[in-house]
Design a binder for this molecule. Structure first.
Ligand code: NDP
Ligand code: HSE
Length: 402
């Protein structure tokens, strides 16, 4: 029998316990042995829970238990979770995690620690919830140069934007709903301000490069500035607003960014709604491939954590390698990247000034007389930033994704 410990019995951790027990026969077939949860570390007790007898409050009882060989870290954060992960790896126990904040911050260091102790550090659930995306990137799309990666990688904000679009629901109400469904981070600003998507993009682009892309180096904007008016304009333009995480290796240099975009109807990401996520990968030989599924929530995320448990269980006493070196990569191409921009300005009479400043701009009527909305011709981020300053502070803009 292979024994598993779980750190954190919350949304994802309780899902991991459920998947390992409900699907024990399928998992045993793949592994060739039974995989059982022996201990669950949490701060609280869970009276009446079917796994109540496995709850422990001392991490040492798990990391020093010679019968436990795999640990699922589903606590979150970079404090105790980091410390406990280090303890587990140093004890030679493989760790499978959904904690993207920790992976984005300490990934290569923890991978090296796992290598040094003949165990593995796995993090499939850290990007795209239940969608298999990290394993395909590392083990399937291995003969291509990745030219572009565009993802809806945050379930909370996609759920919120979908409700705002379809039901004109207000921001605070839909955020509360997403929290109630277990999609949001402990501090939901990580979702709404784009930080969670930035961490996931840092992990994806680090795996593309085999070196470390830091989330702090990724220009990041969230959805807190997106209003129902913006959504009306998007509708008038036949588009939807989505929070995109983008990596592109263009002629002007590679760049990564997270921001709300107005996505065209022809783009497959246009139809990715609710808590669903999707990652569109463009390889120079493959062309486009899209990975789609539930991006957050108890069982989809737990399914991804448990797929890592299966891989670790099949490789006990060995390190499953990961091509991610502790060497930083800095992208330089963002300011030169070219796109169209949708702009709203609170100066309804600035029509001539708009047409003079933004050559080729098209005015958009979404029925608001107290402002001017327009779409620019393709221009670089740098050119746009310089031009838009002429209109002062009362300007909102959203980038286009065709
Ligand atoms: P929850 O808050 O639901 O669960 C975390 C659990 O860990 C809680 O029960 C918490 O206890 C416990 N915990 C926190 N600190 C400690 C500690 N020091 N010692 C023991 N137990 C501790 O979070 P989620 O399950 O939603 O998320 C877990 C991780 O998975 C996060 O990194 C998150 O970003 C990630 N993730 C979440 C997804 C989701 O859909 N929810 C999807 C993909 C990834 P207490 O409640 O008492 O503080
Ligand atoms: N809060 C995250 C989201 C959880 O909404 O996508 C999944 O990583």
């Amino acid at each position: 029998m292979i024994n598993v410990g779980v750190f954190g019995y919350g949304t994802v951790g309780s899902g991991v316990v459920e998947v390992l027990s409900e699907n024990s026969d399928v998992i045993a077939r793949k592994v060739g042995d039974k995989v059982c949860v022996k201990s669950i570390l949490d701060l609280r007790d869970f009276p009446g829970d079917p796994f109540e007898d496995r709850i422990v409050h001392d991490v040492n009882l798990v990391v020093n238990d010679p019968e436990i060989s795999i640990i699922c870290e589903t606590m979150g954060g970079v404090g105790a979770a980091y410390k406990f992960t280090v303890m587990a790896l140093e004890a030679g126990k493989s760790v499978c995690t959904s904690n993207k904040e920790l992976v984005a911050m300490h990934g290569p260091e923890l991978l090296k620690l796992a290598e040094d102790h003949n165990c593995s550090y796995k993090f499939e659930a850290s990007v795209g919830g239940g969608i298999p995306i990290l394993r395909p990137l590392q083990n399937a799309i291995t003969a291509d140069r990745i030219l572009k990666l565009t993802g809806i990688v945050n379930g909370t904000t996609n759920y919120m934007l979908t409700k705002m679009t379809n039901e004109a629901a207000d921001f605070a109400t839909v955020l509360k709903e997403a929290q109630e469904m277990g999609y949001a981070e402990l501090h939901p600003e990580a979702d709404t301000e784009g930080l969670d998507a930035g961490r996931k993009l840092a992990i994806l682009s680090s795996l593309v490069y085999g070196k470390t892309v830091k989330s702090e180096d990724i220009p990041t904007e969230g959805i807190s500035g997106v209003s129902l008016r913006d959504i009306k304009y998007a509708e008038a333009l036949g588009r939807k607003i989505k929070l995109l995480a983008k990596y592109e290796d263009s002629d002007n240099g590679a760049y990564a960014c997270v921001a709300p975009f107005m996505v065209a109807k022809e783009n497959p990401l246009y139809n990715v709604d609710d808590v669903f996520n999707a990652i569109l990968v463009r390889g120079n030989m493959l062309g486009d491939a899209m990975f789609y599924g539930k991006g957050a929530g108890k069982l989809p995320t737990a399914s991804a954590v448990c797929s890592d448990v299966v891989e670790c269980a099949c490789n006990l006493g060995k390190n499953v390698p990961c091509d991610w070196k502790d060497e930083d990569v800095k992208f330089t191409g963002f300011s030169k990247s070219v796109k169209r921009f949708f702009v709203r300005t609170a100066h309804p009479f600035a029509r001539d000034s708009v047409l003079n400043t933004f050559e080729g701009a098209k005015l958009i009527d979404a029925g608001f007389a107290d402002e001017l909305g327009f779409v620019t011709a393709p221009m670089s981020e740098e050119e746009f930033k310089n031009a838009v300053t002429l209109f002062g502070k009362e300007v909102n803009f959203i980038r286009f994704e065709d």
